[in-house]
Design a protein around this ligand. Structure first.
Ligand code: ADP
Ligand code: ZN
Ligand code: ZN
Length: 730
């Protein structure tokens, strides 16, 4: 734009203060000082606000304000580099789409560390347990529950990032000499990521890969050229069909055209090889943003993107906010993965945000998976890779009926594992439940050990001799006897990854080493990648764990995959239960038989006839999708309708219910179907009441919900009731 002499540089900044409260909504006008006149939309300012100061983001600039100039305050300072203007617009969109506020949405996409006020990022601390710390754990030293659990995790997991365990907790322990804290040395993101196979050079594509890539390149050629909207593709390729190579070559083309790319992956710790492939191929032009990095490193990577020194950003869902100036392509790898949904307010879905960002930049969206979501099948243009590279077949899947059986392993599973041991090859065993057993009960009086804060049973973790709540983290010592009746007969029910690990060790001895991968075994950052690397390096062994073991790992030589209790996910009262179960079985099968010798999969279940299990056993994703879409349509579930969930939580059950009822009354006139209020189980000491809203007119309903929540906001705050709104719940 030309500088117009008649219109002077704007002197007023419209600033959104970054407060958490719903009640305060900007923007507010501030008068820029002469030396601040260079600020632009997206600048981060420290501004006086009421009696204090706060950070704020410039939403717009103006030459005049409705308020007289002398009534306007001046910003104290400009903080850091600010965010690009397109992200400010994106935040506004997110606030509306997720019934949140612009301030909350903006807080998510500030430069790392900006929330701390733009000061030099603090050093990243690593904690390590000391000798006195170990003694304190054994002896009767006074420890709070949190301190004890932090010490235990340090003892088991080795040195751990302080933030993972609570820096404040560790500082207090350090003051008592129980923990040593030291700053982390600079670690290279690539250094810890040696898992997986890498090809020398760039492979020539198969015909199917070529066709898929050509479609993307065609869209890239047209993208950015004025009228065209973003083009969005779904790369539906079976596991091992070479989707990553298509992403890589599409990114190559985007870079050659002078634009940038974002590559979203589910969780870096679980998919280090994907990141490694991008770094190997493109070198320094790749920035990696992930939670294993300290704030300083994240800040540096962010700045490299902002300055254009890096033009490819690889990272988990928050990487969708990478500050790239000109985006040509956004890749969403494993688009079915639940980690793309953010659990805090705003409860954004990175897949939807990616699509919005692609529209803003007229970029191409490329979402890939072997198990697409019904939503994506309906809304994206599908490209298919129906065969594995080299034409290796998908492994045969056998369903094993567990009804009437009392051991956790079916005889055929035992035999198959014995074969694996005899052949000195590898197996993966998936059980989506950690711990030793699901719950404990007293044989004398039937008492079940429950969490004091939540209405759920406590799970036994035998390694620590503890009972743990998987919802709130409460832990206590495992009981020797019943406090009600004094009986010492305590029954353990069900199995978890911990007991399966033990069972495998006992059954197969040291010839078949067992590696466990779950949130307990991986409590320390870096342990996940280590376990994966050890399993990969071992000549033979079993990897046992939760759904983590089924994520996109590319191990060459896994001959057997086993799913235990496959219908476990089906028992959740959730319309996505079928989709999840199908994906879990299919994704595990995807890890198997990638080597020369092929492989096979066994699925143990109490529901051998369940559609999601039989269709997964036949690798029939078309059949599954067709039927799932029919079912969703009949019930007006996504993608044929929008769901919005509202949860009111309060120490007092009546308060939560009363607020949900009031919201119900406020939302009904919008014409949406409002189900509830329904009680949810008590969580973290708070009673909960839920509404589910079903609608066809998404935006008007979201606005009605937002208005209803706003109307109740100050009352809710006063009475200590929290309200969370979750559009598109997972
Ligand atoms: P997916 O992501 O679809 O599961 P991957 O991208 O992991 O599949 O590819 C599976 C394996 O095949 C990888 O080891 C990859 O390097 C290799 N590969 C991919 N494309 C080709 C190709 N055109 N020629 C040879 N090998 C390939
Ligand atoms: Zn009892
Ligand atoms: Zn609990």
């Amino acid at each position: 734009m030309h500088a117009n002499l008649a219109s002077p540089r704007p002197t007023i900044a419209r600033v959104e203060p970054l407060t958490r409260t719903r009640a305060v909504r900007g923007p507010f006008d501030y008068r820029l000082r002469p030396e601040q006149r260079e600020v632009d939309v997206g600048a981060v300012l420290r501004v006086p606000f009421g009696r204090r100061t706060t950070l704020g983001v410039v939403l717009a600039l103006a030459t005049e304000s409705e308020l007289a100039p002398e009534r306007l305050a001046e910003p104290d300072a400009v903080v850091g580099p600010g965010v690009p203007a397109d992200l400010v617009e994106l935040a506004g969109w997110m606030a509306e789409q997720y019934c949140s506020t612009p301030a909350r949405a903006l807080s998510l996409l500030l430069p790392p560390g900006a929330a701390a006020g733009g000061r030099e990022p603090k050093p990243i601390l690593v904690g390590e347990i000391t000798e006195p710390g170990v003694r304190a754990l054994r002896g009767g030293e006074r420890l709070t529950e949190r301190q004890r659990s932090a010490l235990e995790r340090l003892e088991q997991g080795g040195p751990t990032l302080a933030t993972a365990l609570g820096t404040a907790t560790l500082r207090r322990l350090a003051a008592r000499g129980l923990v040593a804290l030291r700053p982390l040395g600079r670690t290279s993101p690539a250094a810890s990521m040696g898992v997986g196979r890498r090809l020398e050079g760039i492979p020539s594509l198969t015909g199917e890969q070529r066709d898929a890539l050509d479609a993307v390149l065609g869209a890239l050629g047209g993208a950015g050229s004025g009228e065209r909207a973003a083009e969005c593709f779904l790369l539906h390729g079976v596991t091992g069909s070479g989707k990553t190579e298509v992403y890589l070559q599409a990114v190559q083309a985007v870079l050659a055209g002078g634009r940038g790319a974002i590559v979203l992956v589910p969780e870096i710790a679980l998919t280090p090889q994907t990141v490694g492939r991008f770094q190997d191929r493109f070198g320094d032009i790749v920035a990696v943003l992930h939670s294993g990095l300290g704030q300083r490193e994240r800040h540096e990577e962010w700045l490299r993107l902002r300055r254009g020194e890096a033009r490819v950003c690889v990272g988990p869902r928050s990487a969708v906010f990478a500050p790239l100036a000109d985006i040509g392509l956004i890749v969403v790898d494993e688009e079915h993965d639940a980690s793309y949904k953010h659990e805090g307010d705003p409860r954004y879905d990175a897949r939807a945000v990616a699509q919005r960002r692609a529209e803003q930049h007229r970029a191409v969206l490329l979402a890939g998976t072997a198990t697409p979501r019904p939503e994506s099948v309906v809304s994206l243009r599908r490209l298919r890779l129906p065969h594995r590279i080299d034409g290796r077949p998908l492994p045969p899947v056998e369903v094993l009926d567990m009804r009437g059986r009392h051991h956790s392993l079916h005889p055929r599973t035992r035999m198959a594992l014995a074969d694996v041991r005899a052949a000195a090859s590898k197996a993966i065993v998936l059980l989506n439940r950690r711990g030793w057993s699901n719950f404990l009960s007293c044989r004398g009086c039937g008492r079940v050990w429950m969490c004091p804060n939540c209405e759920v049973a406590l799970v036994l973790h035998r390694a620590q001799d503890q009972l743990a709540c998987h919802h709130c983290g409460h832990r206590r010592r495992a009981p020797d006897s019943c406090p009600e009746c004094g009986s010492v007969a305590v029954a353990r029910h069900g199995t978890g990854t911990e007991s399966v690990e033990q069972e495998l060790r006992e059954a197969f001895g040291s010839e078949l080493p067992v590696f466990r991968l779950d949130a307990d075994a991986a409590a320390a950052k870096g342990r996940l990648a280590q376990t994966l690397a050890r399993f990969e390096a071992a000549p033979s062994g079993v990897l046992v764990g939760t759904q983590m073991v089924a994520k996109g790992h590319d191990f060459a030589d896994v001959a057997l995959g086993v799913v235990l209790d496959a219908d476990q996910t089906l028992r959740f009262p959730d319309f996505r239960a079928e989709e999840r179960t199908f994906a879990l079985v299919t994704q595990l099968a995807g890890r198997v038989g990638r080597g020369q010798d092929g492989g096979r999969v066994l699925v143990q279940t109490l529901a051998p006839e369940a559609r999601s299990i039989t269709l997964a056993a036949h690798h029939d994703s078309e059949g599954f999708l067709a039927e799932e879409l029919r079912r969703r349509e009949a019930l007006a579930y996504p993608p044929y309708g929008t769901l919005i969930r509202i949860v009111c939580a309060s120490a007092d059950a009546d308060d939560a219910l009363a607020l949900a009822t009031r919201l119900h009354g406020l939302i009904v006139p919008s014409g949406a179907t409002v189900l509830g209020p329904a009680p949810l189980f008590r969580l973290r000491g708070r009673s909960r009441s839920q509404l589910v809203i079903k609608c066809h007119d998404r935006l008007p309903t979201l606005r009605a919900v937002g208005a209803a929540v706003d109307a109740c906001a100050s009352d809710a705050v006063r009475r200590g009731i929290s309200v969370s709104v979750d559009p598109d719940p997972q």
